[in-house]
Every structure is written in structure tokens, then in C-alpha cells.
Design a binder for this molecule. Structure first.
Ligand SMILES: Cc1cc2nc3c(=O)[nH]c(=O)nc-3n(C[C@H](O)[C@H](O)[C@H](O)COP(=O)(O)OP(=O)(O)OC[C@H]3O[C@@H](n4cnc5c(N)ncnc54)[C@H](O)[C@@H]3O)c2cc1C
Length: 444
């Protein structure tokens, strides 16, 4: 069969790798002039690459680990100790081990014990997800861990991921997160990072696809999917016009036996010829909302904090997380250079999303000083700013009933994107699994 895969993020590349491996002819269309989608990297100079958005793996991420093995790159992944902190009441509190929880000042001591017991119960005893699908995390936590636990710990953590929608998030999301992060040793959480960034994985997948006669076309977006599975491609440079394919200039079309789109749901709808999919399917697509990620990457001349990951629980700070990559991977890997991501998740239309990197840094500087009063703009050697509109599907109560199936009602047309990763949260590991499921669905 001739199969088109739209999107060369992890899901699209893995699907194309499997489709080509099964002996089909595959064309991959990618809007961006590079591979990897949300896990794409940038050249930070000196022969080094870093992800545009901070990335690591958990020890439970077995699909992507197996893929590294299969591609002959098992040594690429390194597992390192992580260090987590919570910024609350004007200081950073270590938040990695059970002992840290017992010393967490913002929470009254009895609440610390109650919360610890509830977390252990969730991780070890609660095997059925159904009860957690019908209740918000806020209601569940306030009932079983207490109001202080939500106010001081979980509310801020959920805000770190879902911004203003934190209070509506279904408990199933947190239940699953806690279970996946239950490592063998609670005192030393290990996280994975590929020694040369995620880029070599994308290269290996591209080589595998091309070696079997497939085509991986970057800076070559899809503009339209029409009846008869006709895919119209966009002219080079279309990415400069943004994300909406209806604004791209058409540059030729081809027919396929199957089409697999791995783009966000809103982009998928914009690609469709009107009438190709029924209204009830489109309503389902629209019923899942995304938050945007705004990620400021700073090269600093010294560390800002001693931690890899800091959740910001103080709502006066205009960002939700600090991810100090070089407190995880040693600066020596980058010739002594240091990198910090300042993370935010925002609703579409938020004013911060329209600012330049310098303007965002201006807004963030007082907050960075709150975390480290010594921080000065002279510490910043370089800045990069990235925005991802479809960064985080909002997992509210009843979410699973709204997930669009892989196979759409149009024969031969499939969709695979982060809204379908459930009950786990989106992540490269699940994009690998999704790409494999999607390949099976389109070939069948
Ligand atoms: C801030 C942030 C932090 C993250 N941290 C982690 C982490 O620590 N660990 C982890 O494992 N995961 C992390 N993730 C999630 C992970 O990156 C994603 O879940 C995964 O990469 C999604 O892959 P995908 O292929 O499903 O989607 P995407 O990566 O979104 O791929 C979709 C692709 O479609 C392309 N496209 C869009 N429109 C068109 C068009 N018209 N024509 C052709 N192509 C088009 C896009 O350019 C993109 O390449 C993070 C994500 C973000 C935003």
C-alpha cells in the first residue's frame, strides 16, 4: 500500500518506521524543517543540541527503551539521579524523598503524614482506575489528604501542568502519574536522558524509513486531506505562516491507500476537506482542549538553584517550573555551559504568548530573583523562546469518553495524537506506543 503519515514527531516517525518495516510505501510530511515535533532539538552551539522543551524519561518508559534497543542504540540512554524542589513561602524545599515530605514546612505535620499514607495507598493498593475517572483531583485530595495538602502541594503541582484549569483535572491523571513514578527506591528517583539529546533517535528512525524506500519530507507540510485520500502538500517555508494549514500555499497533491495524521486535533480538522468527516466526530475532536507551553531556555554563567526540577507553588511568580538541565546532566557535557528552562503552561490567547524572549525574561526576572536573590540579568548569556500551542490536553472528568478513536469514520483515514494517550499523560514513551498502535491500525 501507499501510505501517507502526516507529522514527523515521535508518533509519526515510529508509525512510518513500522509501516515501512511491514513492506509498505510510506511518505512522511512534516511542516517544520526538522524532525521530532514536541521533542525536537535545537543547536545551542559548540556542537551541542538540547530539546526545545525540557525532556527526560521515567524508568517505567519501556516502549521507548525497547525502541532504542531495537535500533541498536542501547547505550544512548543514561539514567541519572533527579532532584526535585518546591518553591513555597519564599524558599525552595527539597521534595524528592519521603523524608523531604515529612520536613515540608508549609504543610502542618499531621497533614504530611496523612498525605504520605494516601500516596502510598494510591501507588500500591488502588489498581482500578474507574473510581478516579469520575472525580476531580481537587475533590479527591481534599477528601483523603486534606485541604492543606491540596492548597500547598497538589494544587500548585497541577497548576504547573494545567494552569488555570488545575481544579478541574480528573483524579485519574494524578493516580496514574503517582503509579508511574513509583520507583524501586523512593529515596533516589532515576530519570533517563539520551547522552546526545533526542536527535539521534529521530535520525535513526529516518534512516530506517529511507532504507526501506520510504520518504521523510521536512519543510513539506500537508495542507489538505480530500476525498479519495488525496493529500495536498504545502510549499517550502509554510511553517513561517504558523500552524493553520489553511494559510499555506498548495504545492501538488498525491493519492494514497491510507493516511495517518499525527497532528494535533485542531490542525487535523483544519486539514480536512469539508464534509470528509461527520459532525459528531468533529465535535468529539473539539471537546478536548489543549493548553500551550511557553518555554524560555536560558544559558546561564552559573547555576540558579541546586535542583534539577523546581515546582513553583507561589502563585505570585509568573512561571510554573524551573528545570535546570545542567543540574541533571553535568555541565562538563556542554563544555562547562549551563542551561535552565523556565516553564509555563497557558491558555490560548494569554498575553505572555505574544512576547519576545527578552520581554518574557523581563517579566520573569523579579520571579527568578525571588528564587535566587542574587540573580542578575548579566548571568544570562543567551535566550531561546519556544511556544507549543497543543502542548497539553486538559484531562477533565469524563475525558476517556471523549477520546477520538484511532480509526476515523472515513475509510483509510486515521488519527494518532497526544489526546489519545490515556490514562498515562502524553510523553515520548507513549508517542512510541501510539505510533506502533497507529501503524497496526492503518495496515490492518
Ligand atoms: C513543555 C513540554 C515538556 C515535555 N516534557 C517531556 C518529557 O520530559 N518527557 C517526555 O517523554 N515527553 C515530554 N513531552 C511530551 C512529548 O514531547 C510529546 O508527548 C511527544 O513528543 C508527542 O509526539 P507526537 O508525535 O504525538 O506529537 P508532536 O510531537 O506534536 O508531532 C506532531 C508533528 O506534526 C507536525 N505538523 C503539524 N502540522 C502539520 C502539517 N500541516 N503537516 C505536516 N506536519 C505537521 C508538527 O510539526 C509535529 O512535528 C513534553 C512536551 C512539552 C510541550
Amino acid at each position: 500500500m501507499r501510505i501517507a503519515v502526516i507529522g514527523a514527531g515521535v508518533a509519526g516517525l515510529v508509525a512510518a518506521h513500522r509501516i515501512a518495516g511491514a513492506g509498505h510505501e510510506v511518505d512522511v510530511y512534516e511542516r517544520w524543517p526538522g524532525l521530532g515535533g514536541q521533542a525536537a532539538t535545537l543547536d545551542v552551539g559548540g556542537g551541542h543540541r538540547l530539546e526545545r522543551y525540557y525532556h527526560h524519561l521515567f524508568t517505567t518508559d519501556r516502549h521507548i527503551t525497547a525502541l532504542y534497543d531495537e535500533l541498536g542504540m542501547p547505550d544512548e540512554l543514561e539514567w541519572r539521579s533527579s532532584s526535585v524542589a518546591m518553591f513555597a513561602r519564599g524558599r525552595q524545599w527539597p521534595f524528592t524523598t519521603p523524608g523531604d515530605l515529612l520536613r515540608f514546612g508549609p504543610l502542618p505535620p499531621p497533614s504530611r503524614v496523612r498525605m504520605g499514607a494516601a500516596v502510598v495507598a494510591l501507588q500500591r493498593l488502588a489498581n482500578d482506575r474507574a473510581p478516579y475517572e469520575r472525580v476531580t483531583a481537587r475533590a479527591w485530595i481534599e477528601r483523603w489528604m486534606g485541604k492543606a495538602a491540596y492548597r500547598e502541594v497538589w494544587g500548585p503541582m497541577l497548576r504547573g501542568k494545567f494552569g488555570a484549569r488545575a481544579d478541574e483535572i480528573a483524579m485519574v491523571w494524578l493516580w496514574n502519574k503517582l503509579r508511574l513514578r513509583r520507583g524501586e527506591d523512593a529515596r533516589d528517583e532515576r530519570l533517563g536522558y539520551p547522552r546526545r539529546s533526542w536527535e539521534p533517535l529521530f535520525d535513526a528512525l529516518r534512516r530506517s524509513i529511507e532504507s526501506r524506500g520510504g520518504r521523510v519530507m521536512i519543510d513539506r507540510p500537508a495542507v489538505r486531506i480530500a476525498a479519495g485520500l488525496e493529500v495536498t502538500a504545502g510549499a517550502p517555508g509554510s511553517f513561517r505562516r504558523g500552524h493553520d494549514p489553511r494559510t499555506f500555499e498548495a504545492a501538488g497533491s498525491e493519492r494514497y491507500d491510507r493516511v495517518l495524521a499525527t497532528v494535533p486535533s485542531d490542525v487535523f480538522e483544519q486539514l480536512l476537506e469539508p464534509g470528509l468527516l461527520p459532525d459528531d466526530y468533529l465535535r468529539r475532536l473539539r471537546s478536548i482542549e489543549y493548553f500551550a507551553a511557553l518555554c524560555l531556555l536560558l544559558e546561564l554563567d552559573r547555576p540558579l538553584t541546586p535542583y534539577y526540577w523546581t515546582n513553583v507553588a507561589d502563585r505570585e511568580l509568573p512561571f510554573v517550573g524551573l528545570i535546570e538541565h545542567t543540574n541533571f546532566v553535568e555541565p562538563a557535557r556542554y563544555d562547562g555551559r549551563r542551561f535552565l528552562y523556565v516553564a509555563n503552561y497557558l491558555e490560548h490567547g494569554h498575553e505572555l504568548l505574544d512576547l519576545t524572549a527578552d520581554a518574557v525574561l523581563d517579566r520573569y526576572t523579579p520571579g527568578l530573583r525571588r528564587v535566587n536573590p542574587g540573580f542578575d540579568r548579566s548571568w544570562v548569556k543567551r535566550t531561546w523562546l519556544h511556544r507549543e500551542p497543543a502542548a497539553q490536553p486538559i484531562v477533565t472528568v469524563g475525558y476517556h469518553e471523549r477520546i477520538p478513536p484511532l480509526r476515523t469514520p472515513a475509510a483509510g483515514l486515521a488519527l494518532a495524537n497526544t489526546t489519545q494517550v490515556y490514562p498515562e499523560d502524553r510523553g515520548t514513551n507513549y508517542a512510541v506506543r501510539l505510533g506502533e498502535d497507529a501503524a497496526r491500525a492503518v495496515i490492518a
